[in-house]
Design a protein around this ligand. Structure first.
Ligand SMILES: NC(=O)c1ccc[n+]([C@@H]2O[C@H](COP(=O)([O-])OP(=O)(O)OC[C@H]3O[C@@H](n4cnc5c(N)ncnc54)[C@H](O)[C@@H]3O)[C@@H](O)[C@H]2O)c1
Ligand SMILES: O=P(O)(O)OC[C@H](O)CO
Length: 331
């Protein structure tokens, strides 16, 4: 079995490493040759300290070499680069190849999920390969240390999802399948915005009560939107829903939570993102989240709070005051 991983960040590296333990041939591609040269030579990732990358994993910036004969293509570049990356891969994609989308985001202009973006580009290239979304509470820092982790393989074609489930079975990642491809990806993208909100609250010095309330109400606003979009209610209470929101909003590893914290502490959005030094997908997902709220006529107070702070430079403490003084509601 040959698996090509597009993206040599923390997640692509952790997934490649986990799958290599099953004896699969793993090739990790990055657009940047200096990145693949460094990873190949050093066998460690700068953001995965203490983790050894197996010698068998091949790093390359050559798409033809990365894709030749591969059975699976795991897409793990930040969401904003998904379209351009699959467009570059398309000429090298063979009929047997199944795509797996492991990034989290919603395309800003089209509001497509990432598996929709993949299919859209493949269709334009005259191809019909299947695409499966991978999501759940899965920090790379823990998967790279083989800590038990649960993931969801989501595809409307459940046979295809089951194929990806088999792929991961036997690694430290226990895979589940779910036919709600859209719901799983809506959760994966929007939880990052909610986690920014929780991080901001932490940065302001608020406590566990505040964070638990924000996680609960954050999940409720994602659920309401998801139901309006035709997603399956169960998804929101599963690994890709509440599971991923909990880990992102509470983990020391979370890029989104930490970026929010820095903003709550008084850093500008730009300073916070620069300090994290890795992709903060909640920032990328914010425009789509705001447009989805408008399109479906949804009241999403926490997403709106992040919008006010990020886009309109509102003072975080003022935004919290406004949230606390909204009209009284029934739960
Ligand atoms: N890190 C995690 O724990 C984790 C877990 C689950 C999902 N994800 C998702 O995986 C995706 C990747 O996250 P990450 O944490 O690995 O990112 P990262 O910040 O660690 O790495 C980003 C990678 O993007 C690549 N890149 C930059 N510009 C590019 C371009 N123009 N074209 C192609 N590639 C480019 C870089 O080469 C780099 O390797 C995100 O959508 C994230 O939400 C991450
Ligand atoms: O570290 P974050 O905030 O980018 O989150 C990474 C994953 O999505 C957690 O499941």
């Amino acid at each position: 079995m040959i698996i090509t991983v597009a993206g040599a960040g923390t997640w692509g590296t952790a997934l490649g490493r986990a799958l290599s333990q099953k004896g699969y041939e793993i090739r990790i591609w990055s657009r940047f040759q200096e990145e693949t040269d460094r990873l190949s030579a050093e066998r460690k990732h700068p953001n995965l300290p203490g983790v050894k990358i197996p010698e068998e994993i091949v790093f390359t910036s050559d798409i033809g070499k990365a894709a030749a004969g591969a059975d699976y293509l795991l897409m793990v570049v930040p969401s904003v680069y998904t379209r351009e990356t699959i467009r570059d891969f398309a000429p090298y994609i063979e009929d047997k190849m199944v795509l797996i989308s492991a990034a989290k985001g919603i395309e800003k202009d089209t509001l497509m999920t990432l598996t929709e973006v993949l299919r859209d580009e493949l269709k334009a290239a005259g191809k019909k390969n299947q695409a499966v979304a991978l999501s759940g509470p899965t920090h790379a820092e823990e998967v790279a240390r083989d800590l038990p982790t649960l993931i969801v393989c989501a595809c409307e074609d459940m046979d295809c999802a089951a194929g990806v489930q088999q792929l991961f079975d036997g690694t430290c990642i226990r895979p589940y399948i779910n036919p709600d491809e859209k719901g799983v990806q809506i959760c994966g993208a929007l939880k990052n915005v909610e986690a920014l909100a929780v991080g901001i609250a932490r940065g302001l010095g608020y406590g566990d009560n505040t964070c638990a309330a924000m996680i609960t109400r954050g999940m409720e606003e994602i659920r309401r939107l998801g139901l309006a979009m035709g997603c399956r209610e169960k998804t929101f209470f599963g690994l890709a829903g509440i599971g991923d929101l909990i880990v992102t909003a509470t983990s020391q590893h979370s890029r989104n939570n930490r970026a929010g914290y820095l903003i709550g502490q008084g850093k500008s959005v730009e300073e916070a993102v620069r300090e994290i030094g890795m992709v903060v997908e909640g920032m990328n997902a914010l425009p789509a989240a705001v447009t989805l709220c408008e399109r479906y006529g949804m009241d999403m107070p926490l997403i709106n709070a992040v919008r006010l702070i990020v886009n309109e430079h509102a003072k975080p403490s003022d935004v919290v005051n406004e949230l606390m003084n909204r009209s009284l509601k029934t739960e």
